[in-house]
Design a binder for this molecule. Structure first.
Ligand SMILES: [Cu+2]
Length: 68
């Protein structure tokens, strides 16, 4: 199990966090997504076949790219 917190500058409200949760939740291997609209951060837990690269690529696709 891997876990990381990503900074997502495009998050502006709770709705954004919900969209991200829904999209990342569809990736096979992603087990948990939590978000903080105030901090503009999401915390993701995953295992294979998901990878940090697939998670970041999905975030970019839905217009919530991770910073850095
Ligand atoms: Cu929003």
């Amino acid at each position: 199990m891997e876990k990381t917190t990503l900074s997502i500058p495009n998050i502006s409200c709770h709705h954004c966090v919900m969209s991200i949760k829904n999209e990342l939740g569809e990736i096979r291997g992603v087990s948990k997504v939590e978000g903080d609209p105030g901090a503009k951060e999401i915390t993701v837990e995953w295992e294979a076949p998901a990878t940090l690269e697939t998670i970041k690529a999905t975030l970019k696709e839905i217009n919530y790219p991770a910073a850095g």
